[in-house]
Design a protein around this ligand. Structure first.
Ligand code: FPP
Length: 237
């Protein structure tokens, strides 16, 4: 299906609307998260099909820790189980798996599973799947600024050479390109403390479709929309 020209290198998704999807069906919120995992699988598959090289997913924000404990636990369990279920397929298909965020807040068990999954898939070349877990844009900028301040305290000459590139290299996303396209589902049109620095020149695609209903066709609609954009990065043609 990839007659679409101009495929983005990095697609990033704010997966939203799981709770509303469940409520519409008289189910508990977690039912929406379970169904949302199927949309994650569909997006990974569609990314490979389209030739997207990086797919990143905002799975759990720093703010999400304030949700009811039972929901937080279910989400963490779901991450763990998804890794258990999918990593063999990722290895087979050459998909690299990466988790970025404030890992100090995650359980030892989850961190061990993440380390193992990242290590097993580290040579994957087909697609890199980045899951943002316990992540927020302000947290990332602050941890980078703190590291930079420490470096400058040790070596004041570093103050003279701070550039956007050197700052980017301190963010947790240092090894990856900025997102070309940021998709948000469920009709909300905001960034919610996501990739504040990295999204400076991203194209946005907002859709009313709830995340559990966002499957292959919806993903390709977003790519289609992106392919028609004229990115000027503040310049004139
Ligand atoms: C937003 O919907 C969704 C989340 C906070 C969680 C997303 C997580 C998954 C789909 C689980 C698995 C992820 C991976 C990477 C395996 P919401 O709960 O905010 O929905 P609402 O706005 O309708 O309440």
């Amino acid at each position: 299906m990839s007659e679409i020209k101009n495929i983005p290198v990095h697609v990033s998704i704010i997966m939203d609307g799981n709770g509303r999807w469940a409520a519409e069906r008289g189910k508990e919120r977690v039912a929406g998260h379970f169904e949302g995992v199927e949309s994650v699988r569909a997006s990974v598959k569609a990314s490979v099909e389209a030739g997207v090289k990086y797919l990143s997913l905002f799975a759990f924000s720093e703010e999400n820790w304030n949700r009811p404990e039972a929901e937080v636990m279910t989400l963490m369990e779901l991450m763990l189980r998804s890794m258990e279920n999918e990593i063999d397929t990722f290895v087979e298909q050459g998909i690299r798996f990466v988790v970025l965020g404030n890992r100090a807040r995650l359980s030892d068990k989850l961190n061990a599973m993440i380390d193992n999954s990242m290590q097993r898939t580290q040579d994957g070349q087909t697609l890199t799947v980045i899951v943002f877990l316990s992540y927020s844009g302000k947290w990332d900028i602050l941890q980078a600024a703190t590291r930079l301040a420490k470096q400058c305290a040790q070596d004041p000459s570093k103050l003279e050479s701070i550039t956007p590139e050197t700052f980017s290299s301190l963010l947790v996303t240092a090894d990856f390109p900025d997102p070309d396209l940021i998709i948000r589902t469920s009709g909300e049109s905001r960034l919610s403390n996501y990739l504040l620095w990295q999204g400076a020149y991203s194209e946005f695609y907002f859709t009313p479709v709830l995340w559990p209903d966002f499957r292959r066709d919806e993903y390709f609609k977003a790519l289609e929309s992106y392919s028609k954009r004229d990115r000027r990065y503040g310049k004139v043609k």
